[in-house]
Design a protein around this ligand. Structure first.
Ligand SMILES: Cc1ncc(C[n+]2csc(CCOP(=O)(O)OP(=O)(O)O)c2C)c(N)n1
Length: 335
């Protein structure tokens, strides 16, 4: 009797812990979605210098993976990096400040959208060079192994990076040296304006298998599936069992960058509508949370409203923040 009661208690608290995790994931995915919508708004109102590459449609990948990491674990990111940054714990106000070139930004306004780094949350930085962070991620895993600090590193990249030699050089090293690094390939199907099947021969996972790197593939629109697959590879790497490769199949809902608005010459409106209507990761997760009774609509609406307040305040903070003084132009610049 006591045993069965304590088993019941254990089960209930496990369900409670899961519910906490699911709702945290929902909050993070919502934060990324609203963050990106504001980025687009700032761009179209000519308030943001330069361009940005939105992560809308891919939120489940960053959140599913980063929720399987500790704060001390490392990530590296890409030109489409806002989602990774938020998922790893960065503050939206300092991110917006960076996008607007303000001194309060993560790189004091000198990095912009494609170069945000946040060492406090283990984010070693975004990189505008396709596959540019593969070496940095593998080096971070090398250091973690030799410092024996138990950290792992996740290297996010788009499938366009599969065409870059550096990825294969470092996967070879990671396998030979048994490094705690997980290469997460976000296959959103397009390298800029070209379908990946026109640039990528063969089966993607066999590229990892060729180096003896353990791999898995997952529906990148399903945050729970991403989380489960990522957690397996991450914990395996943490135990010292070597690198991993996760192929997350996903789709970017908007243009390659915010200025890519006339897209039907490379992909059809029907294709986009189908993904947005049937495969929206936030909507799919919302439906699951409601169906499972993890939360009711009012609770999810409340989270959404709280995130909206946070994002709106973050934008206002960034708009009101000062630019760096001109005498700071050469500070923190290395050549
Ligand atoms: C080495 C290098 N070559 C070309 C570019 C120009 N470029 C920027 S994004 C991009 C496509 C990237 O596609 P993918 O890696 O699949 O990422 P996605 O944009 O789909 O997230 C290219 C070719 C670059 N930034 N770096």
């Amino acid at each position: 009797m006591i045993a069965s009661d304590s088993r019941k208690d254990a089960k209930t608290s496990e369900a409670g812990a899961d519910a906490k995790l699911w709702l945290r994931m929902f909050r993070k995915m919502t934060t990324i979605r609203l963050f990106e919508e504001q980025v687009n708004d700032l761009y179209t109102r000519a308030l943001m210098p330069g361009l940005a590459h939105l992560y809308i449609g891919e939120e489940a990948v960053a959140v599913g993976v980063c929720e399987a990491l500790t704060r001390e674990d490392y990530i590296t990111s890409t030109h489409r990096g806002h989602g990774h940054c938020v998922a790893k714990g960065a503050a939206p106000d300092r991110m917006f400040a960076e996008l607007l070139g303000k001194e309060a930004g993560y790189c004091k306004g000198k990095g912009g959208s494609m170069h945000i780094a946040d060492p406090d949350t283990g984010n070693l930085g975004a990189n505008a060079i396709v596959a540019g962070s593969a070496g940095i991620a593998t080096g971070a895993a090398f250091s973690a192994k030799h410092l024996k600090n138990g950290r792992v590193c996740v290297c996010f990249f788009g499938e366009g990076a599969l065409g870059q030699g550096v990825l294969y050089e470092v996967m070879n090293m990671a396998s030979l040296w048994n490094l705690p690094v997980i290469y997460v390939c976000e296959n959103n199907m397009y390298n800029e304006y070209t379908h990946f099947t026109e640039t990528t021969a063969g089966d993607i996972r066999t590229r990892a298998a060729g180096f003896g790197v353990e791999s898995d593939s997952v529906d990148g629109q399903d945050v729970r599936a991403v989380h489960a697959a990522a957690a397996k590879l991450i914990e395996r790497a943490r135990r010292g069992e070597g690198p991993g490769f996760l192929l997350a199949n996903t789709y970017r809902f908007t243009g390659h960058h915010v200025g890519d608005i006339a897209r039907d010459y490379y992909r059809s409106k029907q294709e986009e509508q189908k993904w947005k209507g049937e495969r929206d990761p936030v909507k799919l997760f919302t439906d699951w949370l409601l169906a499972q009774g993890v939360a009711d609509q009012a609770a999810l609406d409340k989270i959404h409203a709280e995130v909206k307040v946070e994002i709106d305040a973050a934008v206002q903070f960034a708009l009101a923040s000062p630019y760096p003084n001109v005498d700071k132009v050469a500070e923190d610049v290395y050549a």
